[in-house]
Ligand binder design. Sequence first.
Ligand code: NAP
Length: 481
Amino acid sequence: MHHDGVYANYIAAEWCRGNGVTENRNPSDTDDVVGRYAQASTDDVERAIGAAEAAFPTWSTGGIQARSEALEQIGAEILSRKDELAHLLAREEGKTLAEAHGEVLRAAHIFKFFAGECVRQSGELLPSVRSGVSVEITREPLGVIGIITPWNFPLAIPAWKIAPALAYGNCVVFKPADLVPASAWALAEIISRAGLPTGVFNLVMGRGSVVGDALVNHPAVAAITFTGSVPVGQRIGAACAAAGKKVQLEMGGKNPQVVLDDANLEQAVELCAQSAFYQAGQRCTASSRIIVTGGIYGAFVDALAARLQRIQVGHALAADTDIGPVASAGQLEQNLEYVAIGQAEGATLRCGGERLERGTPGYYMRPALFIDTDNRMRINREEIFGPIATVQRARNYEEALALANDTAFGLSSGIATTSLKYAQHFKRHSQAGMVMVNLPTAGVDYHVPFGGRKGSSYGPREQGRYAQEFFTTVKTAYLAA
Ligand code: NAP
């Protein structure tokens, strides 16, 4: 597991040291070193892919009972160690303990869900249009799956890719984000003790430009599932298309939250505060554009600004913290730059947006609320990925809907209204993969499809039963009696 105090890669059922080290620091207190993590070389990546390839024939045809039990065991261990894992996650990524607990539970539930799905796979048997012939439609695994994940959900996103990959009979080479290897390593260690045959699951840590690139471009990798930013996703998509690989990309968002005159004001303020600012706005489903109709605009802005004053920004592990630091120095710098961009574009900074000092050196900032914004401004068009939200005014529901849809993204969207008519219309006409009525745009169930439209996603949906679209391929077999 460890070599000279370094957490190692896991390749062909062995812990391997690699050729570099990433020092993982706590964003709430940069003097706190969470651990030192190995970086894989391109040779290590080759070996991991080779091991996965060698394991595939047996694993893909082996019993679904063994697969199901392994997934169940992984889910059960995550659950039984939830406090320890939540502490590690909050310490390395900066989300609060409460938020980290939620993520750990979600990861456990995902493994348990796919333990069940694994033994519920089915096909179809049809009569042929030719007499004496029958047609059978089944699903088969793809082979070696490369999994590349971002830093904002270091446990849940790996879980929702690894669990279905294994459940449907694939082998895995997993590359977590270099910023947050600790949760990924803890998950890999749990998986390493679940009784999987050698090579079925491999962990290779390190930089995307080295480890991720080697994974994407290896001919023995059948498919890549990626979550991260738009530019990296687009590059990976192009490389996979050129090589004929299956690819699934979950990328950014600029999610709108509509608030209509007839909304319950208190509820609308609370759900906007939750989905725009909690987890420091670092959720791909965060609502960063709040679109409010004229009759409620003034009261809503005053109430949301007052709500933001009550939010405690602090150390992620402190009991009274509502919002932890942002995840990295680079992310903090980018957020502060967008605050300046918004002001230069003529938006009014109603509150927040400045760096904060706390008892420990960390990447703290006060949540920022821009009002009187315009949908053409960069702060309304580009994903910021921080605790920054904008408010813009709409004349009526129709204009609010048009503004909500006027974006390059389409992950999630929300509407706060007591009108059944507008709720129904918005559900049908919002150009997003996920739509919320009187709920935050962030916060989704683990057993139903997840994904977006337009620039947010490419390829089949993730999670729930729909995960099989990506992790399997369809076979049509004809049989003459
Ligand atoms: P990122 O920079 O795109 O990185 C994502 C992953 O790709 C990391 O593991 C990264 O490695 C790797 N990578 C970087 N360059 C690569 C390359 N050339 N080849 C292969 N892999 C490469 O994104 P991030 O900053 O970690 O995450 C934030 C973004 O994720 C946001 O834009 C957010 O919206 C998006 N996100 C989307 C969803 C969704 O489901 N739609 C969910 C969560 C987050 P290293 O960073 O380790 O070098």
